[in-house]
Each structure stands twice: as structure tokens, then as C-alpha cells.
Design a protein around this ligand. Structure first.
Ligand SMILES: Nc1ncnc2c1ncn2[C@@H]1O[C@H](COP(=O)(O)OP(=O)(O)OP(=O)(O)O)[C@@H](O)[C@H]1O
Ligand SMILES: [Mg+2]
Ligand SMILES: [Zn+2]
Length: 488
């Protein structure tokens, strides 16, 4: 997008074309005030500002600075040649000072793709854009400062490269959880391969506690991943100038979240929870409590790992590659399948409860485990379980194996493999293949279910340090799908 400014003959006035949203129109008032306050008068001629492309709705006040600079250049207050290859963005106050805008980092990524000479941004948000070594980001405090720089009268300060910060630290640890060895293994597999995980169990069995400890065993973000995730936080205005997001995001929206809040959208398309969870985890606690339409909206991004938000005049595609973790009770009373207390629900209400989550969505959970209640003796055991650091070390090793295999592709983990990768990397021996065939037939599994099962087998083999997927890996992956087995 760009702003073209034309100062021509005609009745004195100021008009803007190109579908500026109200914020841009109000920008006209701000630009005029900022120019006058800084000692420049709008010419007694016609000023036409064209925001291109015309069919894309522009929002936000980021166009104030380029419009003002355009007017100054049209009046030859600053040399036009000095604008060559420079990208300007920023909101102006009436007094000519520059205010922060959201999305400094995506702007920098865009600037990198254009190969600009410099990117000029308000000082308050320059740091988050200054993280790309290829793009010189210059921080300006006011319009007169920008004009002085364009006239070669001063230097603009180069934005410092803040490279840490982002999400707050986490003081949970897996060792807080007593017992639950099998559930912890499922968590480890989910972390190692980036798989979706559903935890089903009685109230108080520790589902939420376990899920919230998943981030403590996830591998760190790679450099490109960190940029991708940070760009989304920057666009959502959630980076607070604090530097790159360095930890994988863990988003846990409440069950009353709207469709737009979850997948993104709104008048001005904003990233939803699934994009904020990009390269990390989306945790939906109390899964059956979410609106059905909200959950169904997850189906497409869960397959495609991106989300397209369609609006009347424009559509935006945002990345949304996340691992989904869900937690739920098995029935309305919560004790179906429990060894501690009897379930008081009739079979019909159990079925109705489960039907709140559609078959296609359930099918997308690669790992589905029943979380049992630990007994009193286990709960009060003095010995702490394995710490997160130990589990994380195994996860990292399994990730290294995946990265070696996926080198040269855009994939980061087993969960992201497509059918062709699966055919290549999840080969089974004849006996395992026959066994899988029987299971698929007996359970009526879908093609997607089979592919997800094979990817989990691959991760189990990676955790065990095996090059080929073994019969044991396959069987463990099969056992990790309790809802398919109808044992619950
Ligand atoms: N295995 C465990 N080791 C240590 N503490 C546990 C364990 N399981 C449960 N707890 C304790 O029980 C509390 C409740 O667990 P949590 O909230 O995770 O249960 P839940 O399965 O999510 O229940 P609900 O279905 O009601 O949401 C935890 O905060 C913790 O104090
Ligand atoms: Mg809970
Ligand atoms: Zn019940």
C-alpha cells in the first residue's frame, strides 16, 4: 500500500481518495494540524491524497506520516529524491510528534521483501521493527525531525535491536504432577511431534494442570519461527516494543470466545487466538462448553495451518500452525470410566454430551488419552516426578531427528507432514501393515485418522531413536486413540 500526494490547481481544499476508513479521514485533520503546528501551511491549492490500491480498506493512522511527507515533498520543502526507496509509517499528533503504530514487525518484513533503503517509524515502536538485520530502521520523534533528516540536516537514530523479551516466564514444572506416567508420555509425544492432544477424564484428575505444563517441555522457537510468531503479535499490538517472542505461545481462550476471537476477523481483520498460537499451543479447556460453531471453525485451519479471513473488499491470510490441546470430562457427571466413582448418566445423555464435539473435530486429535485419578498414596508421594528439563531434553533430541529428515522443506515437525512425506518417512513392515489394516477396518478409521496415526508412530520412533517405525511404535500410537477404541 502507498500514499500518493498531488498538490494541484483548483479550489483550495484537501481531499482523500482510495477508501480510507474513518481513521484515515480523521488523519487529514491530524496531518493538517501537525503541519501547521510545525510551521508549515497547507498550500492554498488543492491537495489530493490517493491511497493505493483503492480496493483495499485502509485502517489505522499509520498513513499520517507518509501523507505529511508527501505534502512536504510536493511543496519542495524536502527534496523529492530523498524519499526514494524509503518507507514511512506513523501516526501524527496535532503538535507534530509521532505516535506508535501496531504492526512494526510485519511492516519490517514487508520492507525486507521490497528491499528498501530505510524504514522510518515512530520511536515508540521502532524497536520491534528493528529486529531484522537486513532492514535499516530509523526512529523519529516528530515530523520536523523527519523533514530535517530528509534535508540532510540531521541523522535519525538507528533502532536498537532488542532480541529478547516477549512472553513472560513460566514457573510451572512437570514434576509438580504426581503419577500420571502415561498421560505425561502423551504430553511428551505431543511436544516432540507437534501433535494435537485430547485429555479426557474425571473432574480434578489433573487435566488442566497437565495441559498447562506442556509449554515447559516444548522446544525453543527457531529463528524464522520466532519472526513469524512475533510478526503476528506485532500486528495485534501485543509486542509492546519488547523484542522477539522467544518462547512458543500457549493460548488458552475461555469457552465463551467468539468465532472471530478464535479464528480472527472483525471489521478490521485481526489475528485470532489460532494465529496468536502460531508455532505454539492452543489449549481449549472444557471443550464441550465451547459453542459448536466456534469449534467447527477450527476444522479448516487445523488441516491447512493457515486461516483466510474474507471481508467484502479484501481477504487476508494469516498463519495458524498450532498444536491443539483439548480437555474434557467423559460425560455430564464426569465419572464415566472412573475406577473411583460410578457414573450416574444414562447412555443417551453421555452420547449427547460427546456429540457436542463433532466427529471430524475428534478425528483431528492425534492423541486421545484417558486421564485417571491418581490414588491418595501416589498423590502424597514425597518423591517428585521427572522435571520438565529432563523431558524437554528428550523432546529436543526427537526434534533434531525430525529436522535432519525434513531439511530443505518448510516443515518443522512430524505433525506438519503431508501425505507424500508420510508415504516416504512412515513406512511399515509387512506385518505391521497387515495389523494396521485390521485395526482400521475394525474401528472404521478415516484416511485422516490413519495418516495422523502414522505421524504419531513416527514421533514415537524418533523419541526412541529408531530410524524406521517399528511395530511397537505403531501399537503405542493405536493405543493413544481411546475414543476410536470405544473403550470409554
Ligand atoms: N497427579 C497430580 N499430582 C498433583 N496434584 C494433582 C494431581 N492431579 C490433580 N492434582 C491437584 O488437583 C487440582 C485440580 O486439578 P485440575 O484442575 O487439573 O483437574 P481437571 O482434571 O482439570 O478437573 P476439571 O475436569 O474439574 O476441570 C490441581 O490443581 C492439583 O492441585
Ligand atoms: Mg480442568
Ligand atoms: Zn456420568
Amino acid at each position: 500500500m502507498c500514499a500518493e500526494v498531488d498538490v494541484g490547481n483548483g479550489l483550495p481544499g484537501y481531499s482523500m481518495v482510495g477508501l480510507g476508513a474513518s481513521a484515515v479521514k480523521e488523519g487529514g485533520v491530524r496531518v493538517r494540524a501537525a503541519l501547521e503546528h510545525s510551521g508549515w501551511k497547507l498550500p492554498p491549492r488543492r491537495v489530493t491524497v490517493n491511497l493505493a490500491p483503492a480496493d483495499v480498506r485502509k485502517d489505522g493512522a499509520a498513513f499520517d506520516l507518509p501523507i505529511a511527507v508527501g505534502i512536504l515533498a510536493a511543496q519542495e520543502v524536502v527534496p523529492r529524491a530523498a524519499l526514494e526507496g524509503v518507507l514511512f509509517l506513523g501516526e501524527l499528533s496535532f503538535d507534530g510528534s509521532l505516535r506508535r503504530i501496531a504492526g512494526g514487525l510485519p511492516v519490517a518484513l514487508f520492507a525486507r521483501s521490497l528491499g528498501v533503503r530505510a524504514l522510518v517509524l515512530p520511536r515508540a515502536c521502532a524497536a520491534e521493527a528493528g529486529m531484522l538485520p537486513e532492514v535499516p530502521v530509523l526512529a523519529a520523534g516528530s515530523l520536523p525531525e523527519v523533514a530535517a533528516w530528509l534535508n540532510g540536516q540531521c541523522e535519525l537514530e538507528r533502532a536498537s535491536q532488542v532480541r529478547t523479551g516477549g512472553l513472560p516466564p513460566d514457573d510451572n514444572d512437570l514434576s509438580d504432577v504426581r503419577g500420571q506416567e502415561y498421560t505425561k508420555l502423551a504430553l511428551e509425544v505431543a511436544a516432540a511431534g507437534g501433535h494435537n492432544l485430547l485429555l479426557v477424564g474425571a473432574p480434578g484428575s489433573g487435566k488442566s494442570m497437565l495441559a498447562r505444563r506442556l509449554p515447559t517441555i516444548l522446544p525453543p522457537l527457531g529463528e524464522e519461527e520466532a519472526l513469524e510468531t512475533s510478526a503476528i503479535y506485532s500486528a495485534a499490538g501485543k509486542l509492546d516494543g519488547g523484542g522477539l517472542v522467544r518462547r512458543r505461545p500457549f493460548r488458552a481462550p475461555h469457552h465463551d470466545v467468539s468465532v472471530a476471537g478464535l479464528v480472527g476477523g472483525g471489521q478490521v481483520p485481526r489475528p485470532g487466538e489460532i494465529s496468536l498460537a502460531h508455532n505454539g499451543v492452543l489449549f481449549l479447556d472444557e471443550l464441550p462448553e465451547f459453542q459448536r460453531a466456534t469449534l467447527e471453525a477450527l476444522r479448516q485451519p487445523l488441516e491447512e495451518r493457515t486461516i483466510t479471513i474474507v471481508r467484502a473488499r479484501a481477504s487476508v491470510r494469516l498463519p495458524a500452525s498450532f498444536a491443539l490441546v483439548g480437555a474434557m470430562n467423559p460425560c455430564p457427571c464426569g465419572y464415566h470410566g472412573s475406577s473411583v466413582r460410578a457414573c450416574t448418566c444414562d447412555p443417551k445423555s453421555v452420547r449427547r454430551y460427546r456429540a457436542r464435539i463433532s466427529g471430524p473435530l475428534l478425528d483431528r486429535f492425534d492423541l486421545q488419552v484417558y486421564v485417571p485419578q491418581v490414588d491418595f498414596k501416589e498423590l502424597t508421594d514425597e518423591r517428585a516426578g521427572e522435571p520438565s528439563a529432563t523431558v524437554r531434553a528428550r523432546v529436543l533430541e526427537a526434534r533434531v531427528r525430525q529436522q535432519d529428515r525434513l531439511l530443505g522443506t518448510r516443515l518443522h515437525s512430524n505433525a506438519q507432514m503431508g501425505p507424500r512425506d508420510i508415504a516416504r518417512w512412515c513406512r511399515l513392515d509387512g506385518e505391521s501393515m497387515r495389523h494396521l489394516g485390521e485395526v482400521v477396518k475394525r474401528r472404521g478409521m478415516t484416511a485422516r485418522g490413519v495418516h495422523r496415526l502414522l505421524k504419531v508412530s513416527r514421533t514415537l520412533a524418533d523419541l526412541a531413536g529408531r530410524d524406521a517405525v517399528s511395530r511397537i511404535d505403531l501399537q503405542s500410537a493405536i493405543d493413544f486413540r481411546v475414543l476410536d477404541q470405544e473403550v470409554l
